[in-house]
Structure formats: C-alpha cells, structure tokens
Design a protein around this ligand. Structure first.
Ligand code: FAD
Ligand code: DHB
Length: 395
C-alpha cells in the first residue's frame, strides 16, 4: 500500500468539508476530501434552508454563488405569530440591508462539489474505516478503505468535518475534549410539500399546542416543521393528521390556513445544544457539526460550519505563507466566540417558541410577555434581526 500525500486531509463532504476544500484551493493549498456516503446520497440529503448574509457573500465572493443568485429566494425578514396575531420583523431595515436567504443545503453542497471537481479537486466518495493517525506529529495521516483497497494519505493537517455522528473527535485521547451539552424534550417534525408558498416570508409560530414553522424551498416546494415528541415515528402521522396539526398551530382569527399539497418527505429530528472544546488537538482541527450542534430554531448550524472553515482556511494560509502557527493555535478560541453566541441565540429562540409538558402557567405567561416585548421594542427586534441574518465575521 503506497501512501498518497496531500497538505490537508478533510474527513466529511458536508458543507464544512467541501467549503474548506474550496477555500484552500483558492489559496493554492491542496486537500483530499474523504466521504463515507455516495455523491448521490450527499446531494440528496435535505437539511438546512436559511443562509446568513455573510455565508451568501462568502459563496459569491469565492465564485460559487451564480446558481444561488438565480434560484435562491431573498426575504426582507420573518413573521412571528402568537396569540393569533402576526408581527413582521423587518430584518433588512433593522440591519442596514442584510437579507434572509432561502437556498437549500443540498444545493450549496451540489455547487461546491461541482466547483471542486471542475477545478480538478479530489473527493473520495464511499470510503469506509477512516482512521486518523499521529495528529501530534508533523506527519499525520488518514487511513481508509475504498472498495477492497486499504489506503493511506499522509498530510500536514487533518480537518474533522464529519458532522455530529462522525469519528474524528473520537480519535482524540480520552479527556482531551470538554463536552458542554443540553438536551431538549422536543423534536421537529419536518415535511416537504409540493405546493406554492403559503406566505411571502417565513412564519415562526408559538401556540399552546407547540411551535410551528412555515418555510419554503422554491416556488413549487415548501418546507414546514412542527414541534413533536423527539421519539415520535413519522408513520404515526398521516397527511391528514399533519395538516390538521399545522392548521391549528398556525390559525389566525381571519381564517388563514397553509396551502396544502402532496407531502413528499417526512422526518423527525431531535434537538440539542452541544459544544466540544477545544476544537483542535495537535494538527487535527474540528469544524462544523463535528465540533458543535445547535437546535435548528435559529437556523445557525450550516452558517457556523461556514464561519469555522473560513477561520481555518485563513489560518492554514498564514501557516503556508509564513510558517507561523499563531493563527492555527488561535483557531479554537476564535471560533468558539461565535459558536457560543450562536448557542445562546439558538437556545433563546428555542425557549421563546416551544412549549414543554413541564411548563407552568408562569412559564406560558412569561413566554408571551417576552414575545410581546420583542415585537414592540425596536431594540429587541434589532437584536433578533442582527443575530438571525448573521453577525459580522471577526477579522
Ligand atoms: P454534515 O452536513 O453532517 O456533513 C458531515 C459529512 O461527513 C456527511 O456527509 C457524512 O456522511 C460524512 N461523514 C460522517 N462520518 C464519516 C466518516 N467516518 N468518514 C467519512 N465521512 C464521514 N443550519 C443552518 O445554518 N440553517 C438552517 O436553516 C438549518 N436548518 C436545519 C434544519 C434541520 C431539520 C436540520 C436537521 C439541520 C438544520 N441546520 C441548519 C443545520 C445544518 O444542516 C448542519 O449544521 C450542517 O449540515 C453541518 O454541516 P457539516 O458539514 O458540519 O456536517
Ligand atoms: C429552515 C430551517 C430552520 O432551522 C429554520 O430556523 C428556518 C427554516 C428550513 O429548513 O427552511
């Protein structure tokens, strides 16, 4: 088995791994991406939809924003609905022009894969048994199988971009990472619907029956979610039952109802907040969901992954230009400032809009008071808006 060689071995071809490989290529740094799933599976995974302005600008500035500009939907803000009333949060006005962009994660992934392959980049799909070696030495390596072949790639650095169920953080010695976690007693039931939009902008709804969210993907494909028990099985929910639940949680006195259509996908996702600290060990750097997970309410996960790899690509560029490790040594601390703010924001949005079985009348009234304050205070709306569309990157 003769080892291959690259500068940065990247485990995982999700948004974090692919964007990192793309940014490194623009900085003339070589990488190889190792992905356990097939290209087709990776490109068909339905997850995020909301991109921060900074993520969109990064995709545009690095030459992968053309299809996004043609196909994405750009919204001024979002609606908050509670107590049967709907309030508009004008994020564009409150943040000096930053917009909410709706462009599906799998479309970002497709654009990045196409750009990497067109530039001659190496993405190995369908690998197995990935093991990371010698990260405390200056000659780390990654071994893996592709089909019947056992292979090894030697490198200067390894980027663990393999998501929340990946293996890279488990290759660190016991005790090297602190784990900060919070579980929530609720999940999201997500559906894709073949129908035109129910609303011109997203609706985040708080109801005594639980949270609901009306989102979109395109002019003929809609995304909706509602809070459910995280142990819920999708089979327990017929289409009729789903529409009845969405109608009651989204009801308004004037009889508004969501536009219905054939449901083409049903999924239940759990919710948790999780941070591993530090996000690096020797020459291994964790990025994206491999290092931290947020509950989806604030739409921050993919955006944080993009922010991490922006920091990492710049630090690696600095290393190859000047052999200085300073920026690399500061990687974790730099990322964690943004990560903890996104954790705070995602937790706050989650607690603002969901209901728990343990909620008392005090909790219910406090939640409604917080929503009332939010929609009547320009300061509070600005705080929501600037976090939702994305705080500036620290440079
Ligand atoms: P992943 O996308 O998980 O990619 C990791 C990759 O690594 C995968 O392709 C996986 O197959 C591969 N892999 C795993 N193990 C191995 C291994 N051992 N060897 C090789 N490869 C491996 N975020 C937002 O910003 N905005 C939103 O609107 C939003 N909405 C969401 C809605 C839902 C319902 C969910 C579930 C998430 C949402 N998110 C959102 C979060 C977002 O989807 C994730 O944060 C994002 O996918 C993280 O990207 P990643 O590249 O770090 O990890
Ligand atoms: C979507 C996902 C989110 O987590 C969110 O807060 C808003 C929209 C979506 O998938 O469209």
């Amino acid at each position: 088995m003769s080892p291959g060689r690259t500068q940065v071995a990247i485990v995982g071809a999700g948004p974090a791994g692919l964007l990192l490989s793309h940014l490194l290529h623009l900085a003339r740094i070589e990488s190889v991406v190792l992905e356990s799933r097939s290209r087709d599976e990776v490109q068909r995974t339905v997850r995020a939809g909301v991109l921060e302005q900074g993520t969109v600008d990064m995709l545009r500035d690095t030459g992968v924003g053309a299809r996004l500009d043609r196909e994405a939907l750009f919204h001024r803000g979002v609606y908050l609905r509670f107590g049967g009333r709907t309030h508009h949060i004008d994020m564009e006005g409150l943040t000096g022009g930053k917009r909410v962009t709706l462009y599906a994660q799998q479309e970002v992934v497709k654009d990045l894969i196409a750009a990497r392959l067109e530039a001659g980049g190496e993405i190995r799909f369908g690998v197995s048994d990935v093991v990371i070696h010698d990260v405390l030495s200056d000659r780390p390596g990654v071994s893996f199988r592709q089909g019947a072949d056992a292979q090894r790639i030697e490198c200067d650095f390894v980027a663990g971009c393999d998501g929340s169920h990946g293996m890279s953080r488990h290759s660190l010695p016991e005790g090297a990472l602190a784990r900060h976690e919070r579980m929530y007693p609720f999940g999201w039931f997500g559906i894709l619907v073949e129908a035109p939009p129910s609303s011109d902008e997203l609706i985040y709804a708080r109801h005594d029956r639980g949270f609901a969210l009306v989102s979109t993907r395109s002019r003929m494909l809609q995304r909706m979610y509602f809070q459910c028990d995280p142990a819920q099985k999708t089979e327990a929910w017929s289409d009729d039952r789903i529409w009845a639940e969405l109608r009651s949680r989204l009801e308004t006195p004037d009889g508004w109802t969501p536009v219905e259509g054939p449901i083409t996908q049903k999924v239940v996702v759990g919710m948790r907040s999780l941070v591993f600290e530090p996000m690096q060990h020797g020459n291994l750097f964790l990025a994206g969901d491999a290092a931290h997970v947020v509950p989806p309410t604030g739409a921050k996960g993919l955006n944080l992954a993009a922010a991490d790899v922006r920091v990492l690509s710049r630090a690696l560029q600095r290393f190859y230009q000047s052999r200085s490790r300073d920026a690399l040594e500061g990687y974790s601390a730099t990322c964690l400032t943004r990560v903890w703010n996104a954790q705070r924001f995602s937790y706050w949005m989650t607690m603002l809009l969901h209901r728990a079985d343990s909620d008392t009348s005090f909790d219910r009234n406090r939640q409604l008071a917080e929503l009332e304050y939010l929609v009547h205070s320009r300061a509070a709306m600005t705080s929501l808006a600037e976090n939702y569309v994305g705080l500036p990157f620290e440079d």
